[in-house]
Design a protein around this ligand. Structure first.
Ligand SMILES: [Mn+2]
Length: 330
């Protein structure tokens, strides 16, 4: 899988590694583990992200620092790697740096329908996570190069991108990857899980409680909608990033086929997270709203206002559910 990738890397000295904007566990986990791999193999390495690393993932930046890109720092790089996204715009200011001075770029990712904008792509859309792919890179090259830090970083992405190894994307290979990481890194699962999942603040829980109160069900109780507004953030002293993971709560209601979280927290429209636990394809659904993602998890945007965004979103989802019901394939 990585033979050509590893060979091509040898043409360069200083690699700039970008992960996608508004980073998550898979994004930072794969970035940190991959940067350590590059370093072990003699490369100069810089890791970039436009946005702050979320609080619960900050421990990963002790393993490898992730900085905001600058002209000076990107200027040192003779090649770029982009991780956990399959279109240039996912990497924010990466596009600007490439426009100013185009460098060879390689991509490693697991999202469907990648854009053809990269010099080399390792794109595996049935992999659970980009971290699973980076584990394969280590394995194909030399697994002994994986230290406990890299193993914990990859384990982070493995559990955050799979709902703690519960999603449909989890295959026997994913579990084997998890086992390999625990063995190679010599750590227990709770050591990482507690850092990532059990560090909620009281304001975050208060916000969650308010968001729970907004849940509405549609289409014979098969679609759940949850909303978060700027007012709720202000009342609880929280920010947009404190809503991470909220959408899984409405999805856990019995009989629900798909859930949508609408966040009316910025001046320029409404951000939506769509999740499915059925044959409802939220990638197709989000695409009708100008967004996209995976079959089971996707994102979209609506210009608002909130009521209109809910109505249109529910209408599109209901249409898909009706079609699936017709063929008894829901
Ligand atoms: Mn991912």
């Amino acid at each position: 899988m990585f033979k050509e990738f590893i060979q091509k890397l040898k043409n360069y000295n200083h690699i700039g590694v970008f992960s996608h904007v508004r980073p998550d566990g898979d994004c930072i986990g794969s970035q940190v583990a991959f940067c350590r791999w590059l370093q072990k193999n003699g490369y100069e390495v810089s890791a970039f992200n436009d946005d702050d690393v979320p609080e619960n993932l900050l421990f990963l930046t002790d393993y490898f620092p992730v900085d905001k890109p600058t002209d000076e720092a990107t200027g040192k790089c003779d090649a770029f790697i982009v991780l956990d996204g399959n279109a240039p715009h996912r990497f924010g200011s990466y596009v600007k740096y490439q426009n100013e001075n185009r460098r060879p770029v390689m991509m490693v990712d697991h999202h469907p329908e990648p854009e053809d904008e990269f010099d080399l792509s390792v794109s595996v859309d049935d992999a659970s996570s980009t971290c699973e792919l980076i584990y394969n890179l280590y394995k194909e090259h030399d697994l002994d190069q994986m230290d406990p830090e890299a193993a914990k970083a990859l384990y982070t992405g493995l559990i955050t991108d799979t709902g703690s190894l519960q999603f449909e994307s989890v295959k026997p290979e994913t579990m084997e990857t998890a086992a390999g990481l625990l063995r190679q890194g010599n750590f227990r699962p709770n050591e990482v899980a507690e850092k990532v999942f059990s560090n909620q603040t009281l304001p975050q829980l208060r916000l969650l409680s308010m968001a729970m109160g907004t849940i509405q069900l549609f289409k014979n109780n098969q679609i759940a909608v949850m909303t978060v507004t700027k007012k709720m953030l202000d009342a609880t002293g929280t920010t947009n990033s404190d809503t991470d993971g909220f959408v899984s709560y409405p999805l856990s209601i019995t009989g629900i086929k798909a859930a949508v979280l609408l966040k009316d927290v910025e001046d320029d429209g409404i951000k939506m997270s769509l999740r499915s636990k059925s044959n409802v394809d939220v990638n197709v659904w989000a695409r009708e709203l100008g967004g996209g993602g995976h079959k089971k998890a996707a994102g979209a945007w609506h210009e608002g206002p909130l009521e209109k965004a809910i109505e249109e979103t529910v209408r599109i989802g209901s249409k898909q559910i009706s079609e699936l019901e017709k063929t008894s394939s829901l």
